[in-house]
Design a protein around this ligand. Structure first.
Ligand code: BG6
Length: 455
């Protein structure tokens, strides 16, 4: 592992949505903490100059968390801007000039994957790739074969140690904590298996629609946008075995092993939906059948999880914005009467406010020996160093730390699971904005107590 500190940051797609919503705010925080080393060079083809670019950075941080009196001036002072075409070697010569004496630039590709190969080759030809690293955004490819081909394109110039496939879910403290909580508490691990867990549900619900990203979203849909990456990462964290040592690869191996044991998903296992009004979104193709909702079940054929269904549900324009994992534990037999006590569960709320809760059964007040459900909730966070996901991941990439990035075999294994479905999707049902998606989605969980809806 090469832990040399990167001494410049070049980002392609610098005038885009991701830079605006996530990357500038994270960089401002890195700048404040003194972790933004060297120039920050934005590259795009927007006909802009440096002043316009700086104004965009300022606007971005003001709208996303607020301008910081220490961080913002540092960030603005570090900014450089190159306006040019990715096909034109002159664009990369300018980047080279701005790099100055930097020897280990980090190149961030916030651009559509079809441009990766072109940019990578130009980075090499211009000398910008020398001693450098590259960060690539998700989705990495659109199926297994294209992910493999993309890796081959990037491999020509950067080796795997220097390629960082970003998935910002892995930068969330609540997602990392799932692994920590499981293995740091002796009370959970003994029951975290098929003998005790009846089913697992993961819901990533978003109250908003596609927020002006219609052109991007219509090219991917819910499965490629969040299931293949964010939600399978969550599955890996729930289901993995404890790593044998603290080595970075040991952890990544365990997460990879989970995906290897997941059965492929096909159209019988899935309900897809599209919210009414999606077709009117700017950038969406007329008559598009792209899904904005997906509910599916998958099985992990490991010793620990065989026959336990994992239900995944995600959608835009649902009733709330929240991501939760609920593991339902097997029902106990009736205790004192014929009334079966409510089923226990463990709930990880990953966002917006992280929480861990355990659902238990206590005796109802009164003269009957009957159970009612109570929830033991832990909402407090310890530590004061809460980092934004992109902030943590950018800092990690600049230090060469791969722990929370996806390895090439992991990404391909994730596509393997979904490829049959993506090649042959079921019919897409429409649903009302503000509802929990198509009614048919309820059929998936009907034998397992129904969906557990976050509130
Ligand atoms: C992105 C998806 O990767 O993750 C978006 O492209 C989605 O469609 C977003 O809204 C959700 O991330 P978070 O961190 O807000 O839950």
């Amino acid at each position: 592992m090469d832990n040399t500190q990167s001494d410049a940051l070049v980002f392609f797609g610098a005038t885009g949505d991701l830079a605006y919503k996530q990357i500038f705010p994270s960089r401002q925080r890195l700048a404040k903490r003194g972790k933004l080393i060297g120039p920050v060079i934005g590259v795009a083809k927007a006909g802009w100059g440096l002043d316009q670019f700086k104004a965009r950075a300022q606007d971005s941080v003001e709208k996303h968390g607020g301008a910081d009196p220490e961080g913002l001036p540092k960030l603005l002072a570090a900014l450089r801007y190159v306006d040019g075409d990715y096909n034109d070697p002159a664009t990369f010569q300018q980047v080279r000039q701005h790099l100055g004496t930097a020897k280990h630039p980090l190149h961030y590709l916030a651009i559509p994957p079809f441009l990766f190969g072109k940019v990578i080759d130009q980075l090499k030809a211009s000398g910008c790739a020398d001693g450098g690293r590259v960060v690539v955004e998700k989705p990495f490819g659109h199926d297994r074969a294209s992910a493999h081909a993309l890796t081959a394109e990037i491999d020509r110039v950067f080796d795997e140690d220097h390629i960082f496939r970003i998935d910002h879910y892995l930068g969330k403290n609540s997602v990392q904590n799932m692994i920590f909580f499981r293995f740091a508490n002796s009370f959970l691990e003994p029951i975290w298996k098929r003998e005790y867990v009846e089913s697992v549900q993961i819901t990533m619900s978003e109250k908003f629609g596609v927020q002006g990203r219609g052109a991007f979203y219509d090219g991917v849909g819910a499965i490629r946008d969040v299931v293949q990456n964010h939600l399978l990462q969550v599955v890996s964290n729930i289901a993995m075995e404890p790593p044998p040592c603290t080595d970075v690869e040991a952890l990544r191996d365990e997460r990879m092993k989970v995906l290897k044991s997941v059965q492929t998903v096909d159209k019988e296992d899935v309900i897809l939906g599209q919210f009414k009004g999606y077709l009117d979104e700017p950038g969406v193709k007329p008559g598009s059948t792209v899904e904005t909702f997906a509910a599916l079940q998958l099985y992990i054929n490991s010793w620990r999880w065989r026959d336990v269904p994992f239900f995944i549900r995600t959608g835009k324009s649902l009733p709330v914005t929240a991501t939760e994992v609920v593991a339902k534990l097997r029902q106990t037999p009736p205790v004192f009467s014929e009334d079966v006590p409510p089923q226990n569960y463990v709930r990880f709320r990953l966002s917006p406010v992280p929480m861990i809760a355990i659902g238990g059964s206590v005796k109802e007040a009164g003269d009957r020996l009957r159970g009612c459900m109570v929830e033991l909730e832990a909402e407090q966070q310890c530590g004061t160093d809460e980092l934004l996901p992109y902030e943590e991941l950018l800092e990690d990439a600049m230090r060469g730390r791969q722990t929370w990035f996806a390895r090439k075999d992991y990404v391909e294994a994730a596509w393997r699971i979904l490829d049959p479905l993506l090649a042959d999707k079921p019919e897409v049902h429409t649903y009302d904005p503000g509802s929990w998606g198509p009614a048919d989605a309820d059929k998936l969980t009907k034998d397992f107590g129904g969906w557990s809806n976050p509130v």
